[in-house]
Design a protein around this ligand. Structure first.
Ligand code: DC
Length: 239
């Protein structure tokens, strides 16, 4: 068996906001030539459309209907486009809207509704089962694709994650204070990990990596090493 054939078909990466999931997931997908799929983008798309249409974050029937009836496509961007992916709703590119503070403020409560999750989970599962995919989110290893053959749970301290998010906002020219970011991140962690349906949780068979003191290069190298070591062990099982 060749190394490529022994690599995991489905790589699931979960963890809290700014734990490094997206950066490392993109890098891993590019390296393995897999599809990179960010499930958070789908929840953000529902939150963005809800905000635009005036559907309130606690309107479970309205939000579930929106998630069920809207076709959300997360597609790789065209060559030369620096964005890792483009999110389209009925042919309209809404990618830029997904990071608006208005979306940031409601995405956690919006994504906590079971009806919203059921609609999006079904689509994510279909995409994931096709294989050759790095899927990133909160519940991929536990609920969306429990059969994933490589699961990672990335984590970092709250302060470090807030520092990373703050730096991203500053780069984009958004005016926020570090304290605001810290407080909203703490609240998002609370909602994401205490909701009843598919809370943020490490799958029992996931590898835990604390990225607090690691650079992106270090995290990537570490994970690639884990994946290739497992693949080699599959080819030549140790006796
Ligand atoms: O990864 P992100 O910050 O783009 O995610 C935005 C929100 O979407 C996050 O607060 C929780 C929710 N989410 C989720 O509930 N399940 C997923 N698989 C991905 C994201």
């Amino acid at each position: 068996m060749k190394l490529e054939q022994a690599l995991p078909r489905i790589i699931a990466i979960d963890g809290p906001a700014a734990s490094g999931k997206s950066s490392v997931g993109q890098r891993l997908a590019a390296h393995l030539r897999y599809l990179y799929f960010d499930t958070g983008a789908m929840y953000r798309a529902v939150a963005f459309l809800a905000w635009e249409r005036g559907i309130l974050p606690y309107d479970e029937p309205g939000l579930s209907e929106l998630a069920r009836t809207t076709r959300i496509d997360v597609v790789p961007s065209a060559p030369g486009d620096p964005r890792p992916y483009v999110v389209q709703v009925e042919g309209r590119d809404i990618t830029e809207g997904l990071r608006l503070p208005e979306v940031e403020a409601i995405v956690s409560p919006v994504s906590a509704h079971p009806g919203v999750r059921a609609a999006l989970t079904a689509q994510q599962r279909r995409i994931g089962l096709a294989g050759q995919v790095v899927m990133v989110g909160r519940d991929i290893g536990t609920v969306v694709l429990p059969e994933a053959d490589f699961k990672l749970y990335l984590d970092a301290s709250l302060e470090e994650r807030a520092r990373r998010r703050y730096a991203e906002y500053r780069t984009r020219g958004q005016r926020v204070t570090f304290e605001e970011i810290l407080a909203s991140m703490r609240e998002r962690d609370r909602i994401d990990s205490t909701r009843e349906t598919a809370p943020l949780r490490q799958a029992p068979d996931a590898v835990y990596v604390d990225t607090t003191a690691l650079s992106l290069d270090e995290v990537f190298e570490h994970i690639l090493h884990l994946i290739t070591t497992r693949a080699r062990n599959r080819i030549n099982p140790k006796t």
